[in-house]
Design a protein around this ligand. Structure first.
Ligand code: NAD
Ligand code: UDP
Length: 335
């Protein structure tokens, strides 16, 4: 298939590009480089052995999108492009609604105009909000507790309305849990700008000496060891979930929302210990107060993905830590 990846040079998009290219799909990328680097294209060429057509541009640029969809004879779009910082979304809500919701509307208008009606959307576990029960299944109430989560929920609602207005649409919202890890070759991975907010990139920077110690945000939660628990998923498993979603879209039309996680909650200490095995050293750490807005624990029920996508996460926590560390070492070597 000819597939357009919006935000395809970012963390999840770039890994998905390698998997889709490997499956023989023709992958085209649009990215405005807001949170990514053009050099990732060279890495994608080394990994896939292919030159992937790249357009530097914004998904809110309707004429550009229409041109790409037509000229590249796109059959399906995977919409990764968006902003993803919970903290920034709280201080800059308009920017987040404009990019995440406005960008999605522009993309959908372009797709509708060219009659392309297959879409996979990068949604998030944040759409669920405070757990009323765990694991979250897809029928759990949707009450996001931050602006970022509300932008994702609004797009999901637009997509559901669109699919109800026209049954030719085939739409899959993939609700990602906590993607970490990197491609095995160490050429692509997660590269946040500035001081990372998320646990794995922070750990990597402590290990490589960029930051002095890890702050553990709370060890007094009612969890297995007092620290927060999350459902970390290897980004290559997540990437393969997109290939499985493409197969589903070729079988059915309509709207589906599907969790992509492992179903296993992992605590901060468990992740730190696994990471220490990867680097074969201990990580200096200081227990701090709880981080405001953090939920103690959440993880996915993964039965729907298994049933509809015939997909399950394959890689374990150690593989996630080993590959994250391999990528960190590669980027530190070139910087
Ligand atoms: P990322 O920031 O690494 O990638 C997003 C890419 O989109 C970047 O390359 C950025 O430059 C590009 N982009 C942003 N706005 C754009 C625009 N208007 N036009 C064109 N390009 C634009 O993020 P990621 O981790 O790869 O996440 C991909 C998607 O998955 C996002 O929509 C994010 O909200 C969602 N998601 C991510 C996580 C996570 O923990 N990483 C979890 C759940 C959902
Ligand atoms: N966390 C931490 N120190 C950090 C970053 C995160 O202790 O520097 C904890 C955080 O409190 C949560 C877990 O690690 O329990 C995962 O946090 P992350 O920001 O990676 O993901 P999210 O909270 O968005 O699910």
């Amino acid at each position: 298939m000819n597939i357009l990846l919006t935000g395809g040079l970012g963390f999840i998009g770039s890994h998905t590009a390698t998997v889709l290219a490997d499956y023989g799909h023709h992958v085209v990328i649009i990215d405005n480089l807001y949170n990514s680097q053009k050099e990732t294209l060279n890495s994608l060429r080394s990994i896939t052995g292919k030159v992937l057509p790249f357009y530097e541009g914004d998904v809110r640029d309707l004429p550009l999108l229409k041109r790409i969809l037509k000229e590249e004879q796109i059959e399906c779009v995977i919409h990764f492009a968006g902003l993803k910082s919970v903290a920034q979304s709280q201080t800059n809500p308009l920017e987040y609604f404009d990019n995440n919701v406005g960008g999605s509307i522009a993309l959908l208008e372009a797709m509708q105009a060219i009659n392309i009606k297959k879409l996979i959307f990068s949604s998030s576990a944040t759409v669920y909000g405070a757990p009323q029960y765990l694991p979250y299944d897809e029928a759990h109430p949707l009450q996001p507790i931050n602006v970022y989560g509300r932008t994702k929920l609004q797009v999901e609602e637009i997509l559901q309305d669109l699919s109800q207005s026209d049954d030719a649409w085939s739409i899959v919202c993939l609700r990602y849990f906590n993607p970490i890890g990197a491609h095995n070759c160490g050429l692509i991975g997660e590269r946040p700008q500035g001081i990372p907010n998320n646990l794995m990139p922070y750990l990597c920077q402590v290990a490589s000496g960029q930051l002095p110690h890890l702050n553990i945000f709370g060890d007094d939660y009612d969890t297995k060891d007092g620290t927060g628990e999350r459902d970390y998923i290897h980004v290559m498993d997540l990437a393969e979930g997109h290939a499985a979603a493409l197969a589903l879209m070729n079988r059915q039309t309509g709207f589906e929302a599907i969790n992509l996680g492992t179903g296993n909650p992992v605590s901060v200490y468990e992740l730190v210990h696994a990471f220490e095995r990867s680097i074969q050293r201990t990580i200096p750490r200081i227990v701090q107060k709880r981080r405001s807005g953090d939920l103690p624990i959440y993880y996915a029920k993964v039965d729907k993905a298994s049933r509809l996508l015939n997909w399950r996460a394959q890689r374990d926590l150690q593989a996630m830590c080993d590959s994250s560390w391999k990528y960190e070492q590669k980027i530190r070597a070139v910087l």
